[in-house]
Design a protein around this ligand. Sequence first.
Ligand SMILES: Nc1nc2c(c(=O)[nH]1)N[C@H]1C(S)=C(S)[C@@H](COP(=O)(O)OP(=O)(O)OC[C@H]3O[C@@H](n4cnc5c(N)ncnc54)[C@H](O)[C@@H]3O)O[C@H]1N2
Ligand code: MOO
Length: 424
Amino acid sequence: MRRGRVDGELAGEPMKSVEQHVSDILATVSSPRPIELDLLRAHGSVLAEQVVAEVSLPPFDNSAMDGYAVRSADVAGASTGEPVLLPVVADIPAGDTFTSVIPAGMCARIMTGAPMPVGADSVVPVEWTDGGAATVAVRRPAAEGNAVRREGGDVRKGTEVLSAGVRIGPAEIAVLASVGRRSALVHPRPRVVVLGTGAELVEPGRRLGPGQIWDSNSFMLTAAAIEAGCEGYRHGFVGDDPATVLGAIEDVLVQADIVITSGGVSMGAYDVVKEVLLRMGTVRFDKVAVQPGMPQGHGTVGDSRTPIITLPGNPVSSYVSFHLFVLPALRKLSGLPEEPLPSVRARLLTPVASSPRGKRSYLRAVLDYDASGGDVAYTASVVTRQGSHQLSALAETNALVVVPEQETHLPEGSVVEVVKLPYR
Ligand SMILES: Nc1nc2c(c(=O)[nH]1)N[C@H]1C(S)=C(S)[C@@H](COP(=O)(O)OP(=O)(O)OC[C@H]3O[C@@H](n4cnc5c(N)ncnc54)[C@H](O)[C@@H]3O)O[C@H]1N2
Ligand code: MOO
């Protein structure tokens, strides 16, 4: 509720389940058409094609060490006391394009990554020799294949090196480059535009007036979207004027694959997001059986039918509902399969004193690994400040203890499901 009165009491109204709300949101979201992007531009996006090696890797037999390419039979009897002396008939650096041939009883100096000469079947590391330039004294035998990296030893020509659906990180970029790819077909990273609402909001860095607070939600939600691998754009915030709010939403559509708003969705006389979007008829508002984060809205806006998710303004509610409701949408927009946040079972070190009947609570908690815990290998301590406005407590936590809808309290020692928050 913002300023003033509550318009009506909706006690007893059935609430929507968390799962239903997620699936309703997902029904409004589809993953964008794949595009071809240059390697580094593709970083962070999801691969939309299967990548097959068109050549074997390594493409040719090469040396794994700096040393001498030999015939293993020639050095079989080498020892410190009786080194084998071999004339050095070639010098092969990495990148050498000349195909050397090594006759029996001779060798070539060779560097790491350089192509193996014809006739040689083994590499003697320089440390096992006197390092000679014209003739080398080999002090240890090197078995056939010693320090030789075989053609196709990493990847055989024609095999899959990356499957569609993987997120492209540095390792995937390296694999793409190593098979000669300059670009890849990817689902582009979704553009997430975040808009805060509220007449009480002030830009951080400016002075607060009476009744005002600094906007934190639009920063938090933008950062969370970026952390989820998206392009996050903070549009800032707008006040309580319906025309301004509507104008701002329309303005951001050109740069948005999805719009996230915070605030103005509850029962207040000035809950402007709800007011303007309800009028459009393409966004619906529900009470979801969850604490925090009960008032939620979702749908599409504009001719582009851009998905929009309207989160409640209370900062902790916004944060928790981002993880429950926005992340699944961002995964789908990113081209990733549906997957819940990882959760573990943990033993409660603190009791849960109260949880509203009929709502699933997600309590902010500290999750710790407990090596002595046996099959319950984690402990969870619920922090004391659980109010939807108590943002500072949120920053002390790394997980959400799930209290099922039918439970109103839980004793210390209860085993509960705990959702791990990403990157914490
Ligand atoms: N009569 C009722 N009142 C309220 C109900 C209800 O069912 N009946 N629900 C409560 C619940 S639960 C929530 S959650 C909030 C949601 O309210 P809104 O989404 O309409 O959000 P606002 O009223 O705009 O703001 C709520 C709160 O959050 C602060 N806020 C808003 N935006 C930001 C921001 N960008 N950065 C930091 N803080 C922000 C705002 O100042 C308010 O304190 O409604 C309850 N009321
Ligand atoms: O559901 Mo509201 O999100 O309690 O704070």
